[in-house]
Write a protein that binds this ligand. Structure first.
Ligand code: FA5
Length: 347
């Protein structure tokens, strides 16, 4: 076979390819065209098979011609694809932009958790009444969580069944925010008037009880503090949260660290006292525990209980949140972190 003839055909194929490429403006078509020349069944590949028929002395020159046309086709394909990409980018940038369209709401930006919203609102109410904000650790010692609060050694709350101990009888996850009372009274000069919000932990688990939940502790110690101050403070608070028409009642109760003690109920906001599922057909909803600080607690922290008196209260933030956002059937919804649920709340 005449080597010059093969070289001339290769040159033709190169030119032919470039001409065909001119008309193509789709990536897929450009790649298909390249394959029609250089692919397994391509025209250049078919010609290559003839190389065996060329006299040995000329094979090197013919081989070089094959390499050159292959390079020519590959280069032209690259240039065509680059040109296509640039023209697509240009077309995208030249699209008209409507500057009058409203901005897009950014998605994925965090928002406050419903418990945080309710907690901030409650703390704000007490701050407006002159309370300071205090805090304490979530990992507590038996002393602050129980002993200093007048819990007897055999009190059921100290049982493994109720308390999550880290080291039995020594360190534990605090079961309430009341240890902040002791820490604050040991640290701050009197008078003391604080609220202490935070997480607490118990071996509890049902639709209205969670193993981790939030409380807000309140404490006021000064000369001349009476149960009337406690009642006035809690009435003001409840009217601000649930509205002026809500009726509340103080029900005698027991806590080792208050005497007398009272739990505060509000008339059911759903049935207005006639009885429904929300209030377990009692007409009332329990909101918080409270009482006058037991003299034993004051003496434990070195305060003269003849001269000073105080009141304290502890309320369940989750409970208030469940009442405020009616229709939350289980406390678990607060802790499952389902974005569809959490996205329903605005601060
Ligand atoms: C106490 O924890 C006392 N420390 C409150 C207190 C403070 C009384 C100061 C007197 C003076 P109690 O165990 O009742 O009390 O809990 C208070 C509130 O926390 C309850 O009224 C309820 O609203 C909420 N609560 C209790 N257990 C759970 C739980 N497992 N899940 C969600 N909320 C709970």
């Amino acid at each position: 076979m005449d080597p010059a003839e093969i070289i001339a055909r290769l040159d033709d194929l190169g030119r032919q390819f470039e001409a065909r490429l001119e008309a193509l403006d789709q990536e897929q078509a450009i790649r298909a065209c390249q394959a029609a020349y250089l692919g397994g069944k391509g025209e250049v590949t078919a010609l290559r098979k003839l190389i065996k028929q060329v006299e040995p002395a000329a094979r090197k020159t013919v081989g070089q011609a094959f390499n050159q046309v292959k390079e020519r086709i590959t280069h032209a394909t690259g240039v065509a694809l680059q040109r296509l990409k640039e023209s697509e980018e240009r077309a995208y940038l030249e699209q008209p932009v409507d500057l009058t369209l409203p901005g897009r709401q950014p998605r994925g930006i965090g928002r406050l958790h419903p418990i945080s919203i309710v907690m901030h609102d409650i703390v704000d109410i007490f701050v407006s009444m002159g309370f300071d904000v205090a805090s304490g650790p979530e990992i507590e010692t038996d002393y602050y969580n129980f002993a200093a609060l007048n819990f007897p050694a055999d009190h059921p709350a100290r049982d493994m069944q109720d308390t999550l101990f880290i080291k039995e009888g020594k360190t534990l996850l605090r079961t309430h925010t009341s240890p902040v009372q002791i820490r604050t009274l040991l640290k701050r000069p009197l008078p003391v008037q604080i609220v202490a919000p935070g997480a607490v932990y118990r071996r509890d688990d049902d639709p209205t009880h969670s193993p981790m939940f939030f409380q807000i502790e309140g404490l006021l110690v000064d000369e001349g503090v009476t149960f009337a101050h406690l009642r006035g403070t809690l009435e003001t608070f409840i009217h601000k949260v649930f509205g002026k028409d809500v009726t509340l009642r103080f029900r005698p109760s027991f806590f080792p660290f208050t005497e007398p003690s009272a739990e505060v109920d509000i008339q059911c906001i759903s049935c207005k006292g006639s009885g429904c599922r929300l209030c377990s057909h009692t007409g009332w909803l329990e909101i918080l525990g409270s009482g006058m600080v037991d003299p034993n607690v004051l003496e434990e922290v070195g305060i003269d209980s003849e001269r000073y008196t105080g009141f304290a209260f502890g309320l369940g933030v989750d409970r208030v949140a469940m009442l405020r956002y009616e229709g939350i059937g289980t406390i678990k919804l607060f802790y499952e972190n389902d974005p569809r649920f959490l996205g329903c709340f605005r601060s």
